[in-house]
Design a protein around this ligand. Structure first.
Ligand SMILES: O=CCCCC(=O)O
Length: 530
């Protein structure tokens, strides 16, 4: 596995540690694995046999009513690093989804009636169980997403912190008592859980997005039916199993698996689902919003991004370059608030571009399980083909490829090299479409206003980054940029205490923080005379 051989990328030789094809395969013990509890993804791909037998691939059921439900038809989950199936999960139809929703509906009132401290304690136990199984969950995440193992570990670790945060914060939610000024009369403004929540999560961060939705919903007394992306259901199923193991009441937290157009649609359209929380593309987010509108459901949408960074001439750009680079190529560019465009002051254009390009060229593309890998494969062929097409179209429209460009050869799988494009002009499609791959667009600017106009010339408004040694200038720029989050002279992962979400077509509502908890509640006003 992972034999080193030079690959030709973007017109020059570079080293790639991509797995060889045909990939090593699964041997018979896997056929005995009938649950995620005994499913060890490390076994897969480490044992070599060329004769794959379909029945040897473990079948892992969805989780409904506190147990595993094994129902066909089955669909494969592929390892993006090898292209080989690592498990099969159900493609749940409308009937299975309806069953999950009705269990969620039945269990929700009793769950909501528990004292908040009891729900918080259970969430704490869930977080501890996830922490104990961190290695296993990280490996599952690495295998199904293609992200480097160390990034998968960080994601699981982040999920543990998020759950603890929501468990604590839920205890601090309050209602409101407006002054009436009238003796014998009081007005109570109460907060109640919305009911059954559908949590639809993407392939790029299956674990952290799941807990960003499920943990606050559960903490305030909602029940949850989660639907992970069809490419990455395994770690989510294991997370639900762990929730059951630590005592989550049956029916409170469930997972259905399957493709978006069937399983996802059935879930979003189900009349008993009160709120849909979705992370994914703007295109699908619009469909979710339309479907939800039929029943006037609440929606929380965390959608696409095309996040600009502005690097002013007075910025400590050399010191910040490693952070800029990691935020641009993180998760092989499959990250909604990664830096996609950089506007660079003309005065520093040449040295900036040279240093950026050579640092990007040094990033290691390869097997996600190798510790030194920076960029694993893209998650699936659809994403790879889209990124390739976007780069090709940009080049046809006049863009210049400074680094990277075409994907690695077909036989190398789903790997796309770090790519840097310049000579970009406002009308180009690539400046206005989300790019879910390791492609960075670099543009010069002469005046501050030009950078702001460029940054705002986008249907998206998720995040932005400003680098300047002059704080007044940085604040002025961030004030003018339309984005839900702005980082100045630093690049940090979003904190649980701070709201996260997009302006414009990047979404609706905010996740994380107190606001991300309140989103799963509704206000009820009670007028009282006594
Ligand atoms: O692509 C966007 C998902 C963000 C996941 C996270 O940082 O938790």
């Amino acid at each position: 596995m992972g034999e080193r051989r030079p690959k030709k990328i973007g017109g020059r030789e570079r080293e790639c540690r991509c797995p060889e094809r045909p990939a090593p395969f699964i041997d018979s013990p896997m056929a005995l694995c009938h649950s995620l509890g005994s499913f060890n993804p490390l076994d897969i791909g480490e044992r070599k046999t060329l004769n794959r037998v379909e029945s040897q691939i473990p079948e892992i059921g969805c989780r409904i009513g506190g147990r595993e439900v094994r129902t066909g038809p089955w669909m494969p989950v592929l390892d993006p690093a090898t292209g080989q199936p690592i498990a099969r999960v159900p493609a749940c139809d409308e009937g299975v989804v309806a069953d999950a929703v009705s269990q969620a509906l039945r269990s929700q009132p009793a769950w909501a009636d528990l004292p908040v401290g009891e729900r918080a304690a259970l969430l704490g136990k869930w977080a501890e169980a996830i922490s104990r199984h961190l290695d296993h969950l990280a490996l599952l995440t690495c295998r199904e997403t293609g992200k480097p193992l160390r990034a998968a570990r960080a994601e699981v670790d982040n999920a543990v912190h998020l759950i603890h945060y929501f468990a604590e914060e839920a205890r601090r939610l309050t209602g409101h008592l407006p002054l009436t000024g009238k003796p014998g009369s009081q007005t109570l403004v109460l907060r109640e859980p919305v009911g059954v929540v559908a949590a639809i999560t993407p392939f790029n961060y299956p674990i952290s997005t799941l807990v960003t939705k499920a943990a606050p919903a559960l903490a305030v007394g909602c029940s949850v039916v989660a639907k992970p992306d069809e490419h990455t259901p395994l770690a989510t199923l294991e997370m639900a199993r762990l929730a059951e193991e630590v005592g989550c009441p049956s029916g409170v937290f469930q997972v259905v698996t399957g493709p978006g157009p069937e399983t996802g649609k059935a879930l979003v359209s189900h009349p008993q689902v009160a709120l849909v929380t979705f992370t994914g593309s703007t295109e699908v987010g619009k469909l979710v919003q339309r479907l939800a509108a039929d029943h006037v459901k609440r929606v929380l949408l965390e959608l696409g991004g095309h996040c600009p960074a502005i690097v002013c001439r007075d910025a400590d750009w050399q010191g910040l370059l490693p952070s800029v680079l990691s935020q641009a190529f993180k998760n092989s560019g499959q990250y909604c608030y990664r830096i996609t465009r950089i506007y660079v002051a003309r005065e520093i254009w040449d040295p900036f571009l040279t240093r950026l390009t050579s640092a990007a060229a040094a990033l290691k593309v390869g097997d996600p399980r190798e510790p030194e890998t920076d960029l694993g494969p893209l998650n699936n062929r659809h994403i790879l083909e889209r990124v390739h097409r976007q780069v090709q179209e940009a080049v046809d429209q006049g863009a210049r490829v400074v680094l990277g460009g075409p994907p690695l050869p077909e036989d190398a799988g789903l790997y796309f090299p770090p790519t840097v494009l310049t000579d970009l002009h406002p009308g180009m499609d690539i400046l206005h479409q989300e790019i879910f791959g390791p492609v960075l667009l670099v543009l010069p600017f002469a005046q501050e206003q030009e950078a702001v106009e460029g940054a705002n010339d986008s249907p998206f408004g998720l995040a932005a980054y400003v680098f300047s040694g002059d704080l007044a200038r940085a604040l002025r720029l961030s004030h003018r940029i339309r984005a839900g989050s702005i980082w100045i002279n630093q690049i940090h992962q979003a904190r649980p205490e701070a709201p996260f979400g997009g302006m414009k077509q990047s979404g609706l509502g905010r996740e994380k923080s107190r606001f991300g908890l309140e989103a799963f509640t509704e206000l009820k006003t009670v007028y009282l005379s006594y």
